[in-house]
Structures are given as C-alpha cells and as structure tokens.
Design a protein around this ligand. Structure first.
Ligand SMILES: Nc1nc2c(ncn2[C@@H]2O[C@H](COP(=O)(O)OP(=O)(O)OP(=O)(O)O)[C@@H](O)[C@H]2O)c(=O)[nH]1
Ligand SMILES: [Mg+2]
Length: 453
C-alpha cells in the first residue's frame, strides 16, 4: 500500500489552463517548496491559507517566473498533512518545469488519488466520501453531481455508521450473553432482538434500492435511435442534443455509420446513438452501416424506434419494425412526421408509443416522459435520497443476508452463531465506509482516481 509518511507532489490542475497548480503534501512540503518558491516573506511565517506572491526559483540568480504559493498546515488541509500549493503559469512546459523542480527537491511524484487517499487515512473523510470525490469529477449531469455532493457531505456515511453502531451494540449483548449465561442481567428478550435485526435489515435494503439510480447516474444509459431510412432519426438526434451533429437530408440512406454523443435528458446522462436506417440494400457501405445499427440495438438499454406517420403502408411500417427489433429489449415507438398525417389512427402496439413531429417539435415532451419512466422503471418524481454504487450495493446485500442468519440464531438463543453473523454484517458495512476495507479494496478504489486528486 502507498506510503503515507513521505512528501508527495503532483499537478492538480487540468492540462491546458492558464494557471497550473502544483500540490505538495507531507511533512516536507514546506522545506521542498522553500527550495522552489521564494516570496517577500517565508511561507511558514505567512498567514495559513493565504496566497502569497513570489517567484519560482530556477537557477542561481533566482529570477524566476512569478508564482503564488499558499501554505495549509495540517490537519486543516485537504489531505490532513501540511500542504503547499504553488500556482504558476499554465502551459505544458512551464508546468512540467515547476513540477520537476519540486520533485528534484525532495518530493515524490504522487500516484492516482494519492492526496485523497491520505485524506482518508488521516480521517478527513471516510471511503464513501472519497469515492464521491471521484464521482463528482466524472459527473455528467446535474443530478449525478448533486448525488456526489450529498455523498461528500457524508449522508451515506452517516446512515451506514448509525446502523453499524446499532449492530455493534447488539453484538456486545450477544457476547455478554455468551460470557455470562447464568447472570440473567437485564437482557432484551430474544424475539425482540430478532425483530430489531430484521428491521435493520429492512433499512439496509432500502439503501440498496438506490443502486439503480447510482448506476444510471454514474454510467448513464445507452439509447439507440433506430428505424427505416428517412424516418427522421438524425433529426431527432440533433433535436435531443440541441445542435446539428448528424447530417439530415431527404435522401433515404443518409446516415451510414453510427453516431454516438453524450446528452442529458431530464437530468439523466445518456449515450445517444443515431444509426443507419434499416432496409434491404446492395450497397456495401450501407450494409456495413446496417450491421452496426443492429449491434448497437442489441447493446442498448433502450431503443427509440421511429416510424413514419406519413407512410402509405402503415402495416409494412409496423411489420418491418417487428422484423428488425431484437428480442427482449426496451423499446419506445415514436410515430414521427405527424405534421404530415393529422388525424390518422394507428394500430396499438405492444410497446409504449407516442406521436411526434421533430420538425414542429410536438410530442417531444411526451416522448421524454415515456423515456424517463422506462429508464427508472417506475414513475419518477422525486430525486433519490441516495445513489449507492455497485460496490456499496453488493456489500449492503451481504450485510442483509448475514443479518437474516443472525436473526434466526438470536431467536434460537444460539448466541455464539448470532454473534458470528452480526460480526459479518458489521464487517460488510465497515468495508463500505472503510474501517474494515482491505488494502486490495483501497487500492482498487484509489487507482481509479486521476493523478493530482
Ligand atoms: N415533415 C417532416 N419532415 C421531417 C420530420 N423529421 C424529419 N423530417 C425530414 O425527413 C427527412 C429525413 O430526415 P433524417 O433525419 O435525415 O432521417 P433519417 O432517419 O436519419 O434517415 P437516414 O439517415 O437516411 O436513415 C429530412 O428531409 C427531414 O427534414 C418531421 O417531423 N416532419
Ligand atoms: Mg440519418
């Protein structure tokens, strides 16, 4: 596991900005930065957390580039260590030179997520908060961001710790029953204790229920727009994106390759794919494109199948759809070009369907309502309270199953076995918040961070 005693440094700002931030953390951060940066006043004599103007010392004459520095003595810093940040001119070369200077004066290059790892080790945050920092950086939608912020604020940690504390109390009761079976102290009745355990399992289950939200908000949903040529697929893609990404023409077979873009639809991050219109054709390029349309559909969470309202032959339009849609897939049917077919009746389909006109932008909100319900799997009004990750969900599930075993044993007054299962549940919860997380788990989590965070 990573050393947490030495002094580490990395560029914490993104590439290409006007200003770069070199972050230094560890017991040697002051002495390292005193070799690299010089201001009117020594950093250790400056007011903590106040920006000081100075310059980078590069060469014996000390006529370096202007740079700001700020000293944040531990434990009141992001990592909990002594931290110095040097804000210097951006640009790849300036930044690299400043970092090299820091590294050649005693700091070690930080690994991915190593600053946040130190914050975790130093007790500045638990594991769920550290994970939320990574979620925040990669958030693709407002809702994902709000969920990450609430997790950083410690809402998930607090709920899990509360439950864990209750279980620890029960565990000690089991253990004293084991140790002093004769004493008949003021015990809780075993059936009452078993009921309490089941109630706690229920609370854990309701945290688990938010894992769907969690995976949707973290990974997004993939939505494929498909249909016969010329039905308006590319037009719909452009409308949903809010800019002209795909070429739209009246020529059937305009789109040849799949086009994928990230969009936010009703606060949900969506990977939206426009596809080549599906038909029989001898054109080699089009055939390859249609193959791609088919494989995109198979991999999609949801297909929006567009139909042409203005077609002569509605029966054919529907039979073509049935022929080409893969089995077992979520589908929404949208009759497009309804502006050309006012008052027309459509046979009912086995999929939810809606009439729209991309041209006149009618029916789109209704389409999005159906989309939203399809994604969440139920009418979705309020924002979820939590959005646990897949890692959290599987540990929560483990805890629930240990608790159901524990409840059985408690009822039977088999205290040793009850304690064993309670301990397992406590351990699963502790792996979520980090108290009981193994080095492998930590390694796995922090290695997914970017360098400098
Ligand atoms: N009247 C009308 N025309 C539309 C509507 N939506 C799209 N169109 C027109 O239909 C034609 C085809 O639109 P595209 O978006 O290129 O259709 P597509 O499904 O992507 O076609 P391919 O890429 O060839 O499969 C264009 O001329 C659009 O302007 C609509 O709602 N009403
Ligand atoms: Mg197209």
């Amino acid at each position: 596991m990573m050393n947490t005693e030495d002094t580490i440094a990395a560029v914490s700002s993104g590439t290409g900005g006007a200003v770069s931030i070199i972050r230094i953390s560890g017991p040697g951060s002051l002495s390292v930065s005193n070799h690299v940066w010089k201001g009117g006043r020594e950093l250790e004599l400056s007011r903590p957390r106040m920006m000081m103007l100075g310059k980078i010392i590069n060469g014996p004459d000390n006529t370096g580039d202007p740079a700001m520095a700020v000293y944040m003595p531990g434990p009141n810093s992001y990592t909990g260590d002594d931290v110095v940040e040097i804000h210097c001119h951006g640009g790849a070369l300036c930044t690299r030179r400043a970092l090299e200077l820091v590294l050649s004066n005693g700091a070690r290059a930080a690994g991915p997520g190593e600053f946040t790892y130190r914050a975790f080790v130093n007790g500045k945050m638990d594991l769920t908060q550290a994970e939320a920092v990574a979620d925040l950086i990669s958030a693709h939608s407002d809702m994902a961001m709000r969920m990450a912020e609430s997790q950083i604020a410690g809402r998930l940690r607090d709920s899990i710790r509360t439950i864990r504390d209750e279980l620890v109390d029960m565990l000690s009761e089991c253990e004293s029953r084991m140790d002093f079976p004769e004493e008949n102290l003021d015990w809780t009745a075993s059936f009452e204790m078993a009921d309490t355990i089941n109630l706690i399992a229920g609370r854990i289950n309701s945290l688990c229920a938010s894992s769907l939200e969690g995976s949707l908000l973290r990974e997004g949903v993939s939505v494929v727009i498909a249909g016969r040529p010329n039905v308006g697929k590319s037009s719909l893609l452009n409308l949903m994106l809010g800019f002209d990404r795909a070429i739209v023409t009246q020529v059937p077979g305009t789109t040849r390759d799949t086009i994928e873009e990230l969009a936010h639809v009703r606060g949900i991050p969506v990977r939206l794919t426009d596809t080549a219109g599906i038909r029989e054709t001898d054109n080699l390029v089009e055939v390859i494109g249609i193959d791609r349309s088919r494989s995109s559909m198979r991999q999609a969470h949801l297909v929006i199948w567009l139909l042409d309202s203005s077609t002569e032959d509605i029966g054919l339009e529907i039979s073509e759809m049935q022929k080409h849609l893969p089995e077992n897939i979520n589908v929404i049917c949208a009759w497009n070009k309804s502006d050309l077919a006012s008052g027309r009746e459509y046979p009912s389909l086995k999929y939810p369907s809606v009439q729209i006109s991309v041209k006149e932008e009618t029916g789109i909100e209704k389409l999005l309502d159906i989309f939203e319900n399809a994604v969440w799997g139920y009418p979705h009004t309020a924002e979820p309270e939590f959005a646990v990750s897949a890692r959290h969900a599987s540990l929560l599930q483990e805890a629930v199953s240990s608790l159901s075993d524990a409840a059985v044993r408690v009822r039977e007054e088999e205290w040793e076995l009850a304690a064993f299962h309670l301990k397992a549940a406590v351990h699963s919860l502790g792996t979520i918040t980090g108290e009981d997380a193994s080095p492998d788990v930590l390694e796995n989590i922090f290695s997914r961070f970017c360098i400098g965070k």
